[in-house]
Design a protein around this ligand. Structure first.
Ligand code: FAD
Length: 475
């Protein structure tokens, strides 16, 4: 007799595994299928995020940042280190160990919640049947009351710079490099390109980033993007905007990159070339032709605001559906869908999803940019506070950047918060909460912030909106 579950989830990335656990918390019988295989041949839950994305990149960003600070900043603190050396193998061992602990943790969470973790390929058939093909066995048909597709995304390959896994590489390869390349080219100055470029640049690589668009970090507030670009330049990251790559050829020594910018045809020779031009949804062999699933014109699984596909009882969440490709967006969709399946009222507020770039300085924002508010025609006011005037930032020797708040001029509602500076990725949570609760600037102004803390910069920026900043002259 075929097995049957209340909920079958295909994909155990941050969208799928969270959906599975939440559904089990509602008392549902749940199976979660995933086929992810790491470079060591081992299968693991956690998807891109834990195995080849968020977590390993942050591990390397931390190691490389500490190395950089030891070499450049410790002296100011009076710390004499002698020569500082980087042991790339040890750094990578630490990265791999963190990944192992966290992905192993999901297997433990599944066990505790009563989720059946199935290792292999899942394919949706019609009538909410799922074909499960274990990595080491024969296909089995599983019945489900509800199916959640959470198949994630994969790097986009440029036809003019095809991955060879050796010299022209993707983000996963770049996270697993075992030596610092002398020179590194990065195609794409998006979040992934900037983070990976930062890692290897801090470790000594000469990094050149080629970005086709003229605008740097086009999705961020212009003030923030400008400040970050200036910092990256100081750090030696060579970011070339309006640079369109026409051809990349791997050769014995490295890669020859031909690109075009406003001055005409250009050439760049690098040891390795990372192509980080975005990611595309994974939908190959995910559902049968007669399963009723539709894709939109960009190849994402077509869903409504509640992540429902057009097939009753079948949902899709995470990177394989519209919206920002972020782990926390996928996880929240997972929670929402599991709650809906359990008959609860649940919804996602897509307007306040935080975005973070874990460079130095970090960049984080939520809500609308100033350009977006201007475009909407709503009258607005803004306030800024520089970390240069923050006691905590000074003590940390991390004074670059600022907090910028955009509020409505008519009812004082906070519309957007943009941070470039130390721990921006942590500080943004206060702003997300403020927007989630439709807080006013005055709410932030009258909230007591600990002293000395970086969060005081958020408080002061809120005060600055009404020209009431206390620790910086108001303009
Ligand atoms: C280098 C890098 C850094 C990143 N940093 C961040 C960050 O700091 N913060 C952030 O929010 N986001 C970050 N991201 C993005 C983040 O990783 C993704 O948004 C997130 O992983 C999406 O989650 P998901 O569950 O939708 O998909 P994935 O994590 O891609 O998981 C999908 C899973 O589905 C499995 N699967 C697919 N099809 C099938 C099938 N038919 N049968 C069985 N299994 C299947 C795959 O094996 C995979 O395990 C980063 C990405 C990269 C590449």
């Amino acid at each position: 007799m075929s097995r049957s579950f209340d909920v079958v989830v295909i994909g155990a990335g941050p969208a799928g595994y969270i959906a599975a656990i939440r559904a089990a918390q509602h008392g549902k019988t749940v199976a979660c299928i995933d086929r992810w295989q790491n470079r060591d041949g081992k299968y693991a839950f956690g998807g891109t995020c834990l195995n080849a994305g968020c977590i390993p990149s942050k591990a390397l960003l931390e190691s490389s940042e500490l190395y950089h600070r030891a070499g450049h900043e410790f002296k100011k603190h009076g710390i004499k280190t002698g020569g500082v050396e980087m042991d790339v193998a040890a750094m990578q061992k630490r990265r791999a160990s963190i990944v192992r602990q966290l992905t192993g943790g999901i297997a433990g969470l599944f066990k505790a919640a009563g989720v059946e973790g199935l290792v292999g390929h899942g394919k949706l058939l019609k009538d909410r049947k799922v074909e499960f093909t274990p990595v080491d066995g024969e296909p089995e048909i599983i019945s489900a009351e509800n199916v959640i597709l959470a198949s994630g995304s994969e790097p986009i390959e440029l036809p003019v710079a095809k991955f060879d896994g050796e010299k022209i590489i993707d983000s996963w390869d770049t996270l697993e490099l075992d030596a610092v390349p002398g020179t590194l080219g990065v195609v794409g100055a998006g979040v992934i390109g900037l983070e990976l470029g930062s890692v290897w640049s801090r470790l000594g690589s000469k990094v050149t980033i080629l970005e086709a668009l003229e605008d740097f970090l086009f999705m961020a507030d212009r003030d923030v993007a400008k400040a970050a670009a200036a910092d990256f330049k100081k750090q030696g990251l060579d970011i070339k905007l309006g640079a369109m790559v026409n051809k990349a050829t791997a050769n014995k020594k490295g890669v020859t990159v031909e690109y075009e910018d406003k001055n005409g045809a250009q050439m760049l020779e690098v040891d390795k070339l990372v192509v980080a031009v975005g990611r595309r949804p994974v939908t190959d062999n995910l559902f049968a032709d007669d399963a009723g699933i539709q894709l939109d014109d960009r190849g994402f699984i077509d869903v409504d605001d509640d992540c429902r596909t057009r097939v009753k009882g079948v949902f899709a969440i995470g990177d394989c559906v519209r919206g920002p490709m972020l782990a926390h967006k996928g996880s929240e969709e997972g929670v929402m869908v599991a709650d809906l399946i359990a008959g609860e009222i649940a919804e996602m507020n897509y307007d306040v999803i935080p975005s973070v770039v874990y460079t130095n300085p970090e960049i984080a924002w939520t809500g609308k940019t100033e350009a977006e508010v201007k475009e909407s025609g709503r009258p607005y006011k803004t306030g800024q506070f520089p970390f240069m005037a923050s006691g905590r930032a000074k003590a940390m020797e991390q004074t670059s950047g600022f907090v910028k708040i955009i509020s409505s001029a008519d009812d004082d509602e906070v519309l957007g918060v943009h941070i470039v500076g130390p721990m921006a990725g942590e500080l943004i949570s206060e702003a997300v909460l403020a927007l989630e609760f439709s807080a006013s600037t005055e709410d932030l102004q009258r909230t007591i912030h600990a002293h000395p803390s970086l969060a005081e910069a958020v408080h002061e920026a809120a005060l600055a909106v009404d020209k009431k900043a206390l620790n910086f002259p108001n303009r």
